[in-house]
Design a protein around this ligand. Sequence first.
Ligand SMILES: Nc1ncnc2c1ncn2[C@@H]1O[C@H](COP(=O)(O)OP(=O)(O)OP(=O)(O)O)[C@@H](O)[C@H]1O
Length: 241
Amino acid sequence: MDHDPTAAVVVRDLRVRRGGGVVFDGLDLEVARGGVTGLMGPSGCGKTTLMRAIVGTQRVQGGGVTVFGQAAGSAGLRHRVAYDTQAASVYSDLTVEQNLRYFARLVGASRKDVGRVLDQVNLRDRAGQRVDTLSGGQASRVSLAVAILGRPELLVLDEPTVGLDPLLREELWSVFHTLVDEGATLIVSSHVMDEALRCDRLLLLRDGRVMADTTPARLLSETGADDPDRAFLALIEREVG
Ligand SMILES: Nc1ncnc2c1ncn2[C@@H]1O[C@H](COP(=O)(O)OP(=O)(O)OP(=O)(O)O)[C@@H](O)[C@H]1O
């Protein structure tokens, strides 16, 4: 497998089966360092599976993934890559701040980092509240706060804005862009086509394949559509028809 040193992620001939079905049968793609890459596509197309392969938690049948030139999931990447799954992965019987302090110790982050991430995800006023008394959107922001504690170079976020109101969604996207300005590479999956417009690059997956590798502006201009939902449908119709 080649190890392009300028790429954040290189996926080569990736083959994955899950639950008896083929998810990827030879997937190839690269993600350059920096920017937000949006992984879009219908439910079941393989977004989460691809993210799991990138962070090294997915069993694969062939091919592979390198991240910053190292095999996905290898020990050298532990503090360089963070993954925020769809399920909140924090302790529900601890407060927001207790969770953050605990995870800060694990990744070698400081108290200052705890304060920084509380502000970034807008949970400063909930710091003393137990996670099991938070709303779904608040709890998922605690997981995101944990993910950005150690200033990871690659941040893989599976539907981070699900269940958030438009204002919070806006705030989180501004956090994402700040992280990118600070040098991070973000891979963000979403069902919400509106969010496609906020990405630097778009990978549209369908049935385990990259149906389009584009930018928001190109997606709209090439399909002549005025919103990403219509553009995506136009691409599918073009393929089918
Ligand atoms: N735990 C599992 N066991 C078996 N098959 C699975 C499992 N998780 C996912 N799959 C299958 O793998 C395929 C890809 O699923 P994946 O979760 O990657 O899709 P997705 O694009 O992230 O979907 P969604 O947008 O609904 O989260 C689907 O066909 C799904 O049925």
